[in-house]
Each structure stands twice: as C-alpha cells, then as structure tokens.
Design a protein around this ligand. Structure first.
Ligand code: ADP
Ligand code: MG
Length: 271
C-alpha cells in the first residue's frame, strides 16, 4: 500500500508530543454511528503511575481503554503511548494512517487484561505465555519458556506451567493472563475490570499480583469497582460519566471529598 492510499489528516499545528508522560490523551472522541460514547477525554499518565478509572456502566470506560491501544480507532483527538502517536505516522506535517501490522507493533508495547479470562483453551499455561513472544517477537522458544517460568513464579503459580486453562480457577486464569501480558515486556498495562467476573474469594489473589506490579513500577490504567484497591494502590483516580471525565485527582481526595454531584451520587451507590 502506498501512502496515497492511506488517510491523511492535515495538521495545522503538527502533532508534537505535548509532554513526557507515558500516556497522553488529547480530546479523545469516539462514536459508534450516531452514538457518541467518548466526548473529549483529556488525561495524562506518568511513567510508573497507577491510574484507576471508575464510573457507571455504559460511561465509556472500556471504550476508552480500547482507544488507548487502538483496538478502537478514535473519531477525533490524539493519543500517544510511550512517545508513539497511536495509529499514525507523521511525515512533513501530515499524519498517515498506519497499516494493521504497524499498529500491531505499537500495540505490542501495551499489555491488556480483560474481565473475562481469554486464555487460549487448547494451549497449556506456558504455551499461552510464550505464544506472543515467540510468534510476534521471534524470541527463541527456550528463552521464552525460561521467562514464562519466572513470570509464573511472580504471579504465584510456579507449579501450573503444564496445566490447561480449564483446570484452573478463575483467579488462577486471570493471573496467567497477567503473566501472558507481561511476557511481552510492555511499557503500559491496561486492566478492564480484571476481577469483576471472579468469585469474591478469588478477587484478592489477583489484586495482590496487581499491587506487586504497581510496587515494582509498572505504569497501569485500571478500570475497577474495587475502591479499596483504588484508594490504596492508585496514584490517581478518574471518575467518568457519560463519555467525559467528571472529576480526577488523588484517590483519597476524590473518594473522600468529591466535588461534583455526579461523583457523589455514584460513590453513594458503590461505597
Ligand atoms: P463501560 O465500560 O463504561 O461500561 P463501554 O465503553 O463498554 O462502557 O460502553 C459505552 C457505550 O458504548 C455503551 O452505550 C455501549 O453500548 C456502547 N458501545 C461500546 N462498544 C460499542 C460498539 N462496538 N458498537 C456500538 N456501541 C458500542
Ligand atoms: Mg466496561
């Protein structure tokens, strides 16, 4: 495909990275047909920061996370991760849409863990973890396997290397999903309600792994209903409603002294 075939966006002011934050979202809009789901999201996540995102169902939290790794194409606005303008290459003041393979390369720097454990059912735990490093990064299998075993140790599952997903509890599967994302050595980890589908007694073991990651400096964006986690582990807390950021700040401040009526109404239901 030549550049002539790709979408070109004229940018009067260019598309300079506005700061040294790891994630920069600038006026992010997303519509599905006539439904405007994101109505201009501006936020920044510093390196090593843990940002928790809360808000009612349907407020656009998942859509926003999917925009961060370009699983959804923005309708307007721009998004940088680790210095890369997601989805575009800039040349002589114009932006050219990247091809799918190039977007995949950008995305390989971002790990994502979903609500539903989406492990490959036909692969063992180790098979799941080494799949992307071997297939995408061409890491030699022995090296990828050694790293996978280290990661299993880290998520507290050193003896599950040869198990299959169906033999594991939901909490164990989710910890494998985290190990699988870490195997690509991402700069950023996205979590979309990682504990919402778990039985209550399994939530803690997944949050413990996430807390350990945070303490080791991982930059994380976490959509969650776990207010205890947000308060204790989060560096920042964002409350989204109806496609906008209503309020953001230090978790203790947002939770303890919300400034907006919509935040107060939401918190009164979940706290
Ligand atoms: P949240 O994660 O905060 O619950 P979502 O981002 O999943 O919210 O959804 C926000 C809105 O966008 C909802 O109204 C949802 O139905 C809509 N939506 C999400 N994905 C799509 C899609 N692929 N096509 C059409 N509508 C969508
Ligand atoms: Mg969601």
């Amino acid at each position: 495909m030549s550049e002539q075939d790709t979408t070109v966006i004229e940018t009067a002011e260019g598309a300079e990275l506005p700061s040294d934050a790891l994630v920069v979202a600038e006026n992010v809009h997303k519509s599905f047909g006539r439904l405007e789901v994101l109505k201009g999201i501006d936020l920044q996540v510093k390196r090593g920061e843990v940002m928790c995102i809360i808000g009612p169902s349907g407020s656009g939290k998942s859509t926003f996370l999917r925009c961060v790794n370009h699983l959804e194409k923005l309708s307007a606005g721009r998004l940088w991760v680790n210095g890369e303008l997601m989805g575009y290459r800039q040349k002589r003041g114009k932006l050219y849409e990247l091809r799918e393979a190039e977007i995949a390369a950008q995305r390989s720097d971002i790990g994502m863990v979903f609500q539903r454990f989406n492990l490959f059912p036909h692969l063992s735990v180790v098979g799941n973890i080494i799949e992307a490093p071997v297939q995408v990064k061409r890491v030699p299998k022995a090296q990828a396997t050694a790293k996978a075993l280290e990661l299993l140790e880290r998520v507290g599952l050193p003896d599950k290397a040869d198990a299959y997903p169906e033999q594991l509890s939901g909490g164990q599967q989710q910890r494998v999903a985290i190990a699988r994302a870490l195997a690509m050595e991402p700069s950023l980890m996205l979590f979309d309600e990682p504990t919402s589908a778990l039985d209550p007694e399994l939530v803690g073991e997944v949050l413990d792994v996430m807390r350990d990651l945070a303490e080791n400096g991982m930059t994380m964006m976490v959509v969650t209903h776990e207010m205890g986690f947000a308060r204790e582990v989060g560096d920042s807390l964002v409350f989204m409603d109806d496609g906008v950021v209503v309020e953001a700040g230090e978790p203790a401040a947002v939770l303890g002294n919300p400034q907006h009526e919509r935040t107060r109404a939401f918190l009164s239901k979940v706290l």
